[in-house]
Design a protein around this ligand. Structure first.
Ligand SMILES: [Zn+2]
Length: 434
């Protein structure tokens, strides 16, 4: 399929933040094959999208979520992380079926596409159900799978044995025309015991797979870890070999200077989840300091149960504001850094090296954002507009891997009413309601 986008004002998200006006973008199958002022003679489009008056930019990348937790949206708010997990989440997750995870994943993916998110890093259970949803909807995702041989993760009964995990990670790399990537889940150092941390590190090395972990989320996590190991969680990761791999670490809220230096030296990609960290009362990750140190943080929503939406425009806006506020410094972090977190840094966090920038030969994961809404008028400076006044509902069109998943806000691969009906039914069953 050949797609041509005309009259495109492109926020490329390259290192120079180049903005190209009135361009033609040609997409052949899943790749961008041409960007220029004139229509190339060699390209015969099957379909043409007119982007006049709109911003064309890379799709937003949600670098940490638990997609199917949309079923638990607004069920356990106003609790700290430890009680939220043990009282609100784990008892419900114990009863999850394949159909629940499928319905929750369909709901989460639908919400993400409508909000301009083209790929996500997912830590959850019953992965085959998520794969089915990803296959049907056309979104891009990296699914994390964890080993469970001895610890609390196994008690929860949701992750697989070593061999199964390894097979899942290997067999699903580059599945669905490269839309799926895999990673090794290490939930956290408080749920995964030391032998499993070592095993996970070894498996990641053997399979050349990145590790996805929750790290330094709360003060309690750090205190308990120091009591148990005499080390901070990230030092435990260093000791057990986790950090010898590519690591994407959600939260990194309570990190001291030594922890931060280790994040930098081991090239860990921290994922900032401002809504979740505030909702659970966890605190503020010092993202501006990390950027100053040369760390490249990404941005995520976390699961809908601790947010309670999957909206990267909201996260970008919050991230841009809270650091200015708590540092008493209006230049603590800027719109350009926030956009990098949501696009180029996210592609590294997910292990998809060929998206996050609009450039020839990159994957065609892009969104087209309307600029004529009241909240964006009078329109100028796309960088500021996207972070400070755009809303997710301003996203008009979404392409993933060259396929149109939404055009003029109409979903092309999803029956939205059916998704809402089935997810509501699954959620009611989980909570014992009629
Ligand atoms: Zn999480």
């Amino acid at each position: 399929m050949n797609t041509m986008i005309k009259n495109a004002d492109i926020l490329t998200m390259d290192d120079e933040f180049t903005i190209l006006n009135n361009q033609v973008i040609c997409i052949q199958d899943n790749k961008i094959v041409y960007i220029g002022e004139d229509e190339p003679f060699f390209f015969l489009p099957n379909r043409i999208i007119n982007a006049k008056g709109k911003i064309v930019m890379p799709g937003l990348i949600n670098s940490h979520t638990h997609c199917a937790m949309t079923l638990m949206r607004n069920r356990s708010n106003d609790l700290p992380l430890e009680r939220w997990l043990s009282e609100g989440i784990f008892p419900v997750e114990a009863n999850l079926t394949y159909n629940d995870v499928y319905s929750g994943a369909m709901l989460g993916i639908t919400e993400m596409i409508k909000n301009g998110i083209t790929s996500y890093l997912d830590m959850y259970y019953i992965h085959e159900a998520s794969l089915e949803a990803i296959s049907q909807t056309g979104i891009r995702a990296n699914l994390s799978y964890g080993v469970s041989t001895s610890s609390k993760v196994k008690e929860l009964g949701k992750q697989g044995a070593e061999e199964y995990c390894k097979n899942f990670v290997i067999n699903n790399k580059k599945a669905f025309k490269g839309r799926v990537n895999t990673s090794i889940e290490v939930h956290s150092v408080y749920l995964v015991d030391e032998p499993e941390l070592v095993l996970s590190a070894q498996m990641a090395k053997e399979t050349d797979t990145l590790i996805h972990i929750h790290l330094h989320e709360t003060e309690t996590e750090v205190e308990n870890c120091v009591k148990k190991y005499g080390l901070t969680p990230i030092q435990v990761c260093e000791k057990t070999g986790i950090l010898s791999n590519k690591v994407t670490a959600a939260h990194t809220v309570h990190v001291n200077d030594d922890d931060m230096a280790l994040l930098r030296d081991r090239k860990v990609i921290p994922v900032h989840n401002p809504s979740s960290n505030m909702l659970l009362g966890s605190g503020f990750a010092d993202i501006s300091k990390m950027i100053e140190m040369g760390i490249t943080p990404a941005l995520g929503t976390d699961g809908a149960a601790s947010n309670n939406t999957l909206d990267m425009f909201k996260e970008m806006h919050l991230a841009a504001l809270i650091h200015k506020g708590y540092k008493h410094n209006s230049s603590a972090i800027g719109a350009k850094q926030i956009l990098k977190m949501a696009t180029t840094n996210g592609s590294k966090a997910l292990g998809f090296d060929d998206c996050g920038i609009i450039k020839k030969d990159m994957l065609a994961d892009l969104i087209i954002v309307n600029t004529d809404s009241i909240n964006m008028t009078p329109y100028h400076d796309p960088v500021s507009v996207l972070v400070y006044s755009a809303r997710a509902t301003d996203v008009d069109t979404v392409l993933v891997n060259g396929e149109i998943l939404m055009q003029n806000r109409e979903l092309t691969s999803i029956d939205e009413q059916k998704v809402k009906f089935e997810a509501t039914r699954a959620s009611k069953r989980l909570y014992g309601e009629k």
